[in-house]
Design a binder for this molecule. Structure first.
Ligand SMILES: [Zn+2]
Length: 510
């Protein structure tokens, strides 16, 4: 017996073109069966009638760019973000107290430090960490996940000495005598591979906790964009999903360097069910080491390899130069492709200047943006990004006007996965201190919500399955406690979720 739900008196935003608004939604089993005006609704019996009292009803939210296992692991580590740490002295104190309750020799890990928000305005070094924990290897991850600092014991544990050459895509920062300072750029996975594995039971518990928190924020689907995603991560996430620790639907993006293994195992793009699906293939293009890595020819080859395997790509590109190159490569690849155009994505596309916007127009490329970065780092952007570039940082309005398909993700653990901070920043351009960064680039609340619903579904290739309130789609919905189209935007920060429904089941209630 499948159960039935009837939502009435809703201010529903359906994200559907022919029926943008509705006050009644009927759910039967795991599907939406009717959306429209109450006076036209069929008079079927419902197991539960939910009076929305004029509050917003929406499709469930999707985080289109998250690193779920890393986010869950981050919940187990010391919080070194600006919330708890404002100087290297604070770091010292935090590490010292953690060392007192941790057996000697065991790793101490902290996440989220940001040199911009440290009083000393610099990265910590091994010499800062060593006195706080002389008998423990220490690793602190930078807020961006693109750098980390190891203590002297930490460096020894992972085998980094003055004689270790820089890996091709990373940098061992050294002092004048060639000694590593402890700061490592783009080497987080290099270091992780040389550290003991995370205890699986503890990881399970933290994934469970993370997933429950995400449901409370109204998130019913996740798109995992981890570049290191291989068969091992697929199996881990599948196991956690089957065990009920991950409740959200999951689009898993294989890392490009693992794609062949997936193909060999018969796991190709769009395979899997509605709970876990293979999404686009993830590639990273960066400028961290000073030059474009991988070089343009190699990016072209990798994109071709993914397309040949039947997979669209999701390419990490932040800086202007990288975004321009990646856009050009993707446009050329789709022009040369005989099969239907690929649904390629650019992840971040942070510096979207007018020439980038011109390239993107009519390209069909989706941009997966992170408005939450504006909320967390607005102050930093204001201080550090050249003034002429600031209007083009995550320019949501300009991207929208250029007709670029848009979706939003948090990039957690780089930023908080709380979508309400991102929604607030998308409509106000304000950061957590209230500072606004080019408000002309803001978008309306309805447009912003589309980034986390219909836009995210399109980015995942799931727009026929979820992301709208439409008859036949999966019944993933969020009921808010107010009409957010009428409330002041500051109220978004209160996370106004009253109820989260997945596949017709009420999975969270305030
Ligand atoms: Zn990311």
């Amino acid at each position: 017996m499948s159960s039935t739900l009837r939502f009435r008196n809703a201010a529903a935003i359906t994200m559907d073109v022919p029926c943008p608004q509705a006050n009644t939604v009927l759910v039967e089993g795991n599907r939406i069966v009717w959306v429209g005006d109450e006076k036209d609704a069929p008079h079927t019996r419902a197991d539960r009638v939910i009076d929305c009292a004029g509050a917003t009803l929406l499709p469930g939210l999707s985080d289109a760019h998250i690193h779920l296992l890393a986010y869950a692991a981050s919940l187990l580590h010391m919080d070194c973000s600006r919330r708890t740490v404002s100087s290297i002295t604070d770091l010292h104190r935090l590490i010292g107290s953690q060392a007192q309750t941790t057996p000697a020799g065991q790793w101490l890990r902290g996440v989220g430090y940001d040199e911009f928000h440290l009083a000393e305005k610099r990265h910590p070094t091994r010499y800062d960490l060593d006195p706080a924990a002389p008998r423990h290897p220490v690793r602190l991850d930078h807020r961006s996940s693109h750098a980390c600092v190891l203590s002297s014991l930490g460096l020894r544990e992972v085998g980094i000495t003055a004689d270790t050459p820089d890996p091709v895509d990373g940098v061992i920062v050294r002092d004048d005598s060639g000694e590593p300072t402890g700061l490592l750029l783009e080497m987080n996975s290099y270091v992780s591979q040389r550290m003991p594995q995370q205890n699986q039971n503890i990881l399970h518990q933290s994934v469970d906790k993370a997933s429950r928190q995400l449901l409370a924020w109204g998130i019913t689907s996740l798109q995992d964009a981890t570049p290191g995603n291989g068969l091992e991560q697929w199996k881990t996430l599948l196991r956690l999903t089957q065990a009920g620790a991950i409740r959200q639907r999951l689009t898993f993006m294989p890392g490009i360097h693992h794609l062949q293994q997936f193909t060999a195992d018969g796991l190709t793009h769009n395979m899997g069910g509605s709970t876990m699906t293979i999404g686009p293939t993830k590639l990273v293009a960066t400028l961290t080491t000073g030059a474009l890595h991988p070089p343009e020819g190699e990016i072209r080859r990798l994109v071709h390899e993914a397309h040949q395997a039947g997979s669209p790509v999701a390419v990490h590109a932040v800086e202007h130069e990288v975004v321009m190159t990646v856009t050009r490569v993707l446009k050329e690849a789709s022009a040369g492709s005989r099969i239907s155009p690929h649904r390629d994505r650019i992840e971040h596309c942070s510096e979207a200047t007018p020439d980038v916007l011109e390239q993107l127009t009519d390209s069909g490329i989706t941009v997966v943006t992170q408005p939450g970065f504006l909320y967390e780092s607005g102050e930093r952007y204001h201080a550090e990004v050249p003034a002429e570039l600031q209007p083009w940082l995550y320019p949501l309005n300009a991207l929208r006007q250029a007709g670029v398909p848009l979706a939003a993700g948090s990039d957690a653990p780089v930023a908080s996965p709380n979508p309400w901070q991102g929604l607030y920043a998308a409509v106000t351009r304000r950061d957590s201190s209230g500072l606004a960064l080019h408000p002309e680039q803001s978008i309306s609340i309805e447009e912003a919500l589309a980034l986390w619903t219909s836009g995210a579904a399109y980015a995942a290739g799931q727009e026929q399955t979820w992301g709208m309130l439409r008859s036949g789609m999966l019944a993933d919905l969020v009921l808010l406690d107010r009409d957010v189209t009428r409330a002041p935007p500051e109220e978004l920060l209160t996370c106004p979720v009253a109820m989260t429904i997945m596949g017709g089941d009420v999975v969270w209630e305030a």
